[in-house]
Design a protein around this ligand. Structure first.
Ligand SMILES: Nc1ncnc2c1ncn2[C@@H]1O[C@H](COP(=O)(O)OP(=O)(O)OP(=O)(O)O)[C@@H](O)[C@H]1O
Ligand SMILES: [Mg+2]
Length: 542
């Protein structure tokens, strides 16, 4: 669809309209695909017409109907026509119009009509018959005749030039529209990239693993399935569980949390399922369990890997049957609860060891969410640092602190075994320790972080960085390692890798060549290294 309103801002189009008006006394109208005029407002009394007939007819309803109906009919006829331009007799008979199509990839989007010109050969009786009609329609014949006098009669060569200019207007509109569509496609692509969200509910992070996590959360928002959230300490498992509940259809019912490692077996039993009065010493009255408290809502079973086998059996029964029997009770009670479980333990290994029931595992692991460690998404560190500094400074009502780049380097190098929680605590600590200082340097960092040495992000093989020597060499080494690992990861898909690395495909190919990383050379180098020979141009191929 053409954005007709925008056309009035296009300089070339305006200029062409002006020329056509001044030289040929013709008005240029834009008609949409249904033949409605898009650049004429009948209530705009300010508009001056260069064309004397328009000036005479358009301000009056009868004259306006005449012209507008004519436009609609002509455009109807014209849209069916093979030709992309046409000249025709106007509504009055002696007036002539030139009309040019606006087409994009064969699609008819409307037309440009120039109204009107007369040829210098027009017979007098043609005009006289129109004057009669004008009078019948209640318009002033004298004024009309004056208007006709003012018209410029065009010679054949002028007519030709006139047509060219009108066609040019149609072409400019097509070009403008194509540009706009391209720009829109670009904006669309960009906004898709921008959809890389920086946060999701309370969760912060813009890295790829977090984007993947957000999209899983989006997908399961309307589901009622049981979820198992797995991840290291402090990675945000509880935050995720909350987010799942508060985005689910159960959001208005309770979200109940129970930490399975915080109770011994008997206590957990009564905590989860409740008990009846007198069922054990201290059970002085009936008590509802957390399952019942979470009725119609969500129960978050944190540290589920710490549940004893006996409790696992009980839990499985509730999940399968939807009923429970309180401690010391005899009657079954019905509960309707969604369960989200979390653990930092390797449940699969526990199944092998016989400490976690396989049937329970499959019952809770309907949807599995693996939360990435902070060291695997270090690109999130700056946003997280900002977030926690801001939070802590606000809480303590102190002006916002800033981490120096040297301190930031240390923060990057550290492996963060305690993940987000550890980072959060460290930022809080820095806000306190820095007192009235606005800038926070490395000396204030906890010793373990201050003394951190860089190692590869994957936590596995070291990248063999030399801390002495030329920065340029180090950069090249990093570049080479990133490309080499990227090539393997993307299975030598250079377009994909170039996109990931933010360089052009040609740029990547040059670098692959420079570092001798093409598939064949790499394989040769690996074979040579395995045979104990010289690795050749591959260098430290791992
Ligand atoms: N992506 C994140 N963005 C911002 N804050 C986060 C994020 N992930 C976790 N946090 C914060 O880090 C702290 C730890 O998160 P949470 O308690 O959810 O982790 P956990 O995985 O349950 O930890 P644990 O294994 O120790 O139980 C919380 O204060 C939480 O608000
Ligand atoms: Mg937790």
């Amino acid at each position: 669809m053409i954005n007709w309103d925008d056309l009035k801002h296009i300089h070339v189009i305006r200029k062409l309209q002006q020329i056509i008006g001044q030289w040929f006394y013709a008005e240029v109208f834009f008609l949409d695909e249904r033949g409605n005029v898009r650049n004429y407002d009948p209530y705009d009394r300010q508009r001056e017409f260069k064309n004397p007939l328009c000036a005479n007819l358009l301000p009056k309803e009868a004259g306006r109907d005449w012209i507008m109906n004519y436009f609609r009919e002509t455009s109807d006829r014209f849209s069916q026509d093979k030709e992309n331009h046409m000249m025709a007799n106007g509504p009055l008979g002696f007036d002539k119009v030139f009309i040019s199509k606006i087409e994009l990839e064969g699609e008819y989007l409307g037309s440009v009509v120039a109204y009107c010109y007369i040829e210098n050969t027009v017979p007098k009786q043609d005009i006289e018959s129109v004057v009669k009609k004008i009078t019948e329609k209640g318009m002033d014949p004298e004024l009309f005749e004056q208007a006709v006098q003012k018209m410029k009669a065009l010679s054949p060569s002028e007519v030709k030039y006139f047509f060219e200019l009108v066609e040019l207007v149609a072409q400019e509109i097509t070009t403008f529209h194509t540009e706009i569509s391209k720009r829109e496609a670009r904006i669309h692509a960009l906004s898709n990239q921008l959809e890389n969200r920086y946060s999701y509910d309370q969760m912060i992070g813009k890295s790829k693993p977090m984007q993947e996590l957000y999209s899983v959360l989006d997908k399961i928002a309307s589901s009622e399935a049981t979820v198992l959230v797995q991840g290291d300490n402090g990675t945000g498992k509880e935050l995720i569980a909350r987010s799942i509940h508060f985005n689910s259809p159960r959001k208005n019912a309770s979200f109940v949390t129970v930490n399975c490692s915080a109770f011994n077996e008997n206590l957990l039993d009564s905590e989860l399922f409740g008990h009846v009065k007198g069922s054990f010493t201290g059970a002085i009255k009936d008590k509802k369990g957390l399952f019942e408290a979470a009725h119609n809502g969500t129960l978050f079973l944190d540290e589920i890997g710490d549940m004893t086998l006996t409790m696992q059996v009980k839990l499985l029964r509730v999940l399968q049957q939807g009923t429970l029997i309180p401690v010391g009770g005899t009657e079954e009670r019905k509960v309707e609860v969604r369960v989200i479980a979390a653990t930092n333990k390797d449940l699969k290994a526990m199944i092998e060891e016989g400490t976690f029931r396989e049937d329970l595992y499959y019952r809770i692991n309907v949807i599995n969410i693996q939360v990435p460690c902070l060291r695997d998404r270090k690109e999130d560190i700056p946003v997280l640092v900002d977030h926690f500094l801001l939070k802590s400074c606000k809480e303590k009502e102190v002006p916002l602190k800033q981490i120096t780049s040297r301190a930031m380097e240390k923060i990057f190098d550290y492996q963060w075994p305690g993940n987000i929680r550890e980072l959060e605590n460290e930022m809080e600590r820095l806000v306190v320790l820095s007192g009235t200082e606005q800038k926070v340097g490395p000396e204030l960092l906890s010793p373990r972080i201050r003394d951190a040495v860089a190692s590869s992000g994957s936590g596995g093989k070291s990248m063999n960085f030399k801390y002495a020597g030329k920065l340029r060499d180090a950069m090249e080494e990093l570049e080479k390692t990133m490309i080499k690992e990227g090539l393997r990861r993307t299975k030598w898909n250079k377009s994909k890798l170039a996109k990931e690395l933010g360089i052009s495909r040609a740029g990547l190919i040059m670098k692959v060549e420079k570092y001798g990383l093409d598939k064949r050379k790499l394989r040769e180098a690996e074979l040579a290294a395995a045979a104990g020979g010289n690795a050749g141009n591959g260098g430290d191929v791992a």
